[in-house]
Design a protein around this ligand. Structure first.
Ligand code: PMP
Ligand code: GLU
Length: 388
């Protein structure tokens, strides 16, 4: 069989691959501590489960409109108004099979062969792959400070071919959160250009210090050029449900994305659409608060323990998401080797930084129990101490 050039150029998702490997080792009875999974360890909130069960019992098993039921689209608009003060109509939002799917639709709809897409590093593994798949060229920018791209760095990366700028705030894998002033400076650079912003705000509700500001809320200009991407996998602890969404003021873009979805997946699962509603309209806010305070305590613990290990460095305590991006260059520049040895010798799974575009780093997800954090980081300390 001869495969398409496009598919041959696509890399496996390293985050999913390592998470699956750690799960498999556990199933084989090996006591692996996994810091690889980018998913909450908490169970899905009760109101979400009940909404799913009620939807099944009410016979919701028919096709829905491609972009979602009126109820779920209205719920997305309610969320965007309530949390971000953004005014969208139901026709301007689309429910997708996770935010990964929302990103895919937007990138496929916008990026042609040779178009450039600016991606600050470290970046979430999926962005460059989706860009390449659409024929585009990822343009990576490694920020000088705190993993956050500055206005000057953005300006220097723009060329006549720049089509998109992907901004993930708070960031996976660094946890960095942009302040309003930092975002405003970036928005100013884009004024007068045709560059579209893909604002991936998946970790919006997992912010421990500082305040989250949605990119589309910065100005009318930002509102009109931004496609907001969000979902419920992280903040609502429902990654397996697969619910994400996009929001854009651009009618043609929404039509293109709906056409693509109508020819690929049709509507997303009708049960999931019903289950998403309580999570979107604020009925699980107390569950989110509980998870957030637990994540904060874990972040503090993990940050303190890792910083006490001679040879490892974390530039500053991240404000959001549930990851720490650790510099291991003083011990080993080959992060793939470092992570493979760590799994082999100490049964601790982490994701190598090169998957996120930065060699000499590894990512820890602290979406696991405090006990795992303590035991796992103690094992990392022993590993680093005896590293050969
Ligand atoms: N964006 C970021 C930054 C992520 O970390 C993830 C994690 N999977 C996603 C998007 C996609 O999430 P999902 O498809 O589960 O909604
Ligand atoms: N986003 C999560 C992570 O970075 C889940 C895995 C994935 O979808 O890549 O680990």
């Amino acid at each position: 069989m001869e495969f398409s050039k496009k598919i041959k150029g696509l890399e496996e998702s390293i985050t999913l691959a390592i998470t699956a490997k750690a799960k498999l080792l556990k199933e084989q009875g090996i006591n692996v501590i996994s810091f690889s999974a980018g998913e909450p360890d908490f169970d899905t909130p009760k109101k979400v489960k009940e909404a799913a069960i009620n939807a099944i019992n009410a016979g919701c098993g028919k096709y829905t409109p491609v972009s979602g039921t009126t109820d779920v689209l209205k719920a997305i608009c309610t969320k965007l108004k309530r949390d971000n003060n953004l005014n969208y109509e139901p026709s301007e939002v689309i429910a997708n099979v996770g935010a990964k799917h929302s990103l895919f639709n937007a990138i496929q709809a916008l990026v042609d062969d040779g178009d450039e897409v600016i991606i600050p590093a470290p970046y979430w593994v999926t962005y460059p792959e989706q860009v390449k798949y659409s024929g585009g060229v990822p343009v990576f920018v490694e920020p000088k400070n705190d993993f956050k791209i500055t206005a000057d760095e953005l300006k220097a990366a723009i060329t006549p071919k720049t089509k998109l700028f992907i901004l993930n705030n708070p960031s996976n894998p660094s946890g960095a959160l942009y302040s309003k002033d930092e975002l405003m400076a970036l928005a100013k650079v884009l004024e007068g250009t045709n560059i579209v912003v893909l604002a991936d705000e998946m970790y919006e509700k997992l912010v421990y210090d500082g305040k989250f500001v949605a990119f589309a809320s910065l100005s009318d200009d930002a509102f009109n050029r931004t496609v907001t991407i969000n979902g419920l996998s992280k903040c609502a602890a429902m990654p397996g449900y697969r619910f994400g969404y996009s929001a854009s003021k651009n009618k043609e873009l929404n039509k293109m994305m709906k056409n693509l979805q109508g020819q690929c997946t049709s509507n997303i699962c009708s049960i999931v659409q019903a289950a998403a509603i309580p999570a979107l309209i604020g009925e699980i806010d107390s569950d989110i608060e509980m998870m957030k305070s637990e994540f904060k305590a874990r972040r503090d613990k993990a940050f303190e323990m890792l910083n006490n290990i001679n040879g490892l460095k974390i530039s500053s305590k991240p404000d959001g998401a549930f990851y720490l991006f650790v510099d291991c260059k003083d011990i080993e520049n080959d992060d793939v080797k470092f992570c493979a040895k760590l799994l082999d010798e100490k049964q601790v799974a982490c994701v190598p930084g090169s998957g996120f575009g930065m060699k000499g780093y590894f990512r820890i997800s602290y979406a696991t129990s405090m006990q795992n954090i303590e035991n796992g980081i103690n094992k990392i300390a022993e590993f680093v101490k005896g590293y050969k």
